[in-house]
Design a protein around this ligand. Sequence first.
Ligand SMILES: [Zn+2]
Length: 300
Amino acid sequence: MIENKNIRTLAVLILALVLVVSACGKEKNMADDSDLLIVTSFYPLYVFTSNIADGIPGVKVVNMTEPQTGCLHDYQLVPGDLKTLSKADIFVYNGADMESFLDEVINQLPELKLVEASKDIPLLTDEDGEKNPHVWVSITGAISEVRNIMEGLSEADPANSEKYRKNGEAYIQKLTALKDKMHNELDSITNRDIVTFHEAFPYFAQEFDLNIVSVIEREPGTEPSAGELAKLIETIKKTGVKVLFAEPQYSPKAAESIANQTGAKVYYLDPVVTGPKDAEKDSYERIMEENLNVLKEALR
Ligand SMILES: [Zn+2]
């Protein structure tokens, strides 16, 4: 009786072990043999790359960070990220110093193929000469990044090159139509002075000829000091700016306190850095359409 029970326990254990081993084997095979795994660093690149690789058999796109992570300024890799990257064939990243952890990735995974979305795109710099990485926030910048990703994937995975190009060109057409629409609706506004949150909007402002009078927080999460707040309030009163653009990803506390003291109104512009886990293919266009509506209401 006791012996029987032991045998049964042993059989269950062996079965469990077989299941575990075969499950591991399957996962490995899927990543290594049948699938080409493309990993993107954060949300906007995930949306772009998903469009470019859409419907290509055996090609899978995974985002390394959680979709609510936002910009990767000062982001530190966690062990799970390296695990994700270790299964990847291609890593699509923004560049322009957005991913300060890139050297670590290159050191740990020298075989990983890299695609830099901001490659050769003229970058804006701040007064300290630091590169502004938020290229995708203008539609022209987004189109250039899509083109770079499309070319990079074609080179890294030549077998699917034609498919990447076909998808990429179709996506670029949609983005171009959106850019034209936004120009049509924004070119006639007369009030162009705005105050924004963190340094996400200079490319967008350049594209639509908006004048960023001041930036409320230099880096997300760093609240302005009392002195900085006082200076901002003075600037806003002097320039007569009527609208402050906060971002849905960050606390609006500073913007609201400035608004209270100046009579300016707070609106929300979205720099397309977060979204739902299974991002819809048209997430970028939808968020920009929403930004267009906000701008029209705020600046009319
Ligand atoms: Zn940012």
